[in-house]
Write a protein that binds this ligand. Structure first.
Ligand code: SDX
Length: 433
């Protein structure tokens, strides 16, 4: 991040006094006004609900261009990474700012293998969740609990970060798969070191003592692609939650658990589940698209079209385009016919020709088609957001590490504008009416 030349500043005139604010510029020309000393110098804060106009940090990890629909991890185009990499290659890239060579990738793969089991005492936790427990609540509880079994974060967290990162990236699969098996009353399937990262997860999810699961290369490839597409996305809500908790000195497990809980919301990662529920409702309503389009436009109706719109992308989400293009191929290979895919396509066609949505730049985002593929892989709807968390985990960890290594990092503590009662004289209980 560089300051532009000294003559190029922002002038702010308040109460007759002019303040000159430096202008900052990123690698790709993203611009920002440096207000880090605004309150000290002017006595004013800036008011920005939802941080729509605020840059919370400088980062070297992910670049988005919302107008052009550009997404790059560490400078590499998402289209290349999604088509040509394994998820663990991309996880390594996000964590270490370089694509791994063969030796580095093999060493990383072995570390992930070694970390696949969870402590046997943790398995009893699953016995005490109700069968219909939300997989996201189980995931965030178990990730927080990892701190009790692996307290190495209590020292200098950055000292053990590679071990802790691979521990989390490996174990999150096991936790997710075990929670699924528990919810359907099937015996747990332990990790197998002869399988790839994604193959191992699929086997833990779908293998049973009575019918061995066949790990199809096409299914593994589809899951690799989906996890890569979810791996990071600059300062989104859940990543900001990870950074915020970490900024207080919280350990990585607590910070990641905060990210999982933020992701859970239907405006964020929970949208992938909400999309399927919406498509199923349209299907059950005799494909009455008009009814749902009208509801989405009705300001008195809280309903929104899940899977559409984005805070940054004002054009098609590049990840959504890749997933949409992959749908047909994966469903054909698996010989799956999903009526929801046609409903999704019809809904997209209608929305993208409706001025209400076009004028607000509401295009399909990553969550609109991802559930179609998860369904085809056999993953239950209530685990879709867990899948989002599996993919996002390396990005969360990379962002957390960057925040902790950044000398400019301060504890996140926004201010407010107070609009409550003015000072009032205390009234003892006996005198209250
Ligand atoms: C993710 O930030 C990230 O990078 C997130 C993510 C990641 O990888 O981490 O990309 C993942 O969270 C994707 C988004 C998943 N969420 C959904 O699909 C939920 C549906 N989308 C919306 O709720 C909404 O679009 C948001 C939350 C995604 C973005 O909301 P903003 O940026 O705060 O925009 P807004 O709510 O102010 O909407 C602007 C206008 C409003 O209408 P007006 O007041 O101008 O008349 O657009 C309307 C909104 O009512 N609008 C929608 C809509 N989204 C916005 N109207 C109908 N359906 C929608 N989906």
């Amino acid at each position: 991040m560089s300051e532009t030349d000294q003559n190029n500043t922002a002038s702010l005139k308040i109460d007759g006094k002019t303040y000159e604010l430096s202008l900052l510029e990123g690698t790709e020309g993203d611009k920002s006004i440096d207000i880090r000393n605004l309150l000290r110098d002017t006595g004013y804060t800036v008011f920005d609900t939802g941080y729509k106009n605020s840059a919370s940090c400088s980062s070297t990890i992910t670049y988005l261009d919302g107008g052009q629909g550009i997404l790059r991890y560490r400078g590499y185009a998402i289209e290349d990474l999604a088509e040509k990499c394994l998820f663990i290659e991309v996880a390594y890239l996000l964590l270490h700012n370089k694509l791994p060579n063969r030796e580095e990738l093999e060493a990383f793969r072995v570390m992930l293998e070694q970390q696949a089991l969870i402590h046997e005492d943790m398995i009893h936790f699953f016995d005490n969740f109700p069968p219909n427990a939300s997989p996201m609540s189980i995931l965030s509880s178990m990730v927080t609990s990892l701190h009790n079994f692996y307290p190495e974060m209590s020292g200098d967290p950055l000292e053990n970060i590679d071990l802790t990162a691979t521990r989390l990236i490996s174990k999150i699969r096991t936790i997710a798969a075990f929670s699924f098996k528990k919810s359907i009353g099937q015996p747990l399937v332990y990790p197998r070191n002869d399988l790839s990262y994604c193959g191992n997860f699929l086997n833990m999810m779908f293998d049973t003592p009575v019918r061995p699961y066949i790990v199809l290369p096409e299914v593994v490839a589809a899951l690799n692609k989906l996890l890569i597409l979810h791996a990071d996305h600059e300062q989104n809500c859940s990543t900001s939650a990870v950074r915020l908790v970490g900024s207080a000195g919280g350990n990585l497990y607590a910070s990641i658990s905060a990210g999982i809980n933020a992701l859970w919301g239907p405006l964020h990662g929970g949208a992938n589940e909400a999309v399927i529920e919406m498509l199923e409702a349209i299907h059950a309503d005799n494909n009455d698209y008009k009814k749902y389009i009208a509801k989405a436009k009705d300001k008195n109706d809280p309903f929104r079209l899940s899977g559409f719109g984005h805070r940054v992308y004002k054009t098609y989400d590049p990840r959504g385009e890749i997933i949409k293009a992959a749908c047909d191929g994966i469903l054909d290979v698996l010989n799956v016919k999903d009526p929801l895919l046609e409903i999704a396509r019809n809904l997209e066609d209608i929305v993208l020709t409706d001025d209400y949505f076009v004028s607000r730049h509401l295009y399909p985002n990553i969550d609109f088609y991802s559930g179609i593929i998860y369904r085809a892989l056999g993953i239950p709807t209530n685990m879709f957001t867990v899948m989002f968390a599996l993919g996002r985990l390396p990005g969360w960890i990379a962002q957390w590490r960057e925040m902790r290594e950044d000398q400019d990092t301060k504890i996140c503590r926004p201010r407010q504008i107070y609009v409550g009662a003015p000072a009032r004289k205390f009234v003892p209980l006996c005198e209250r009416l």
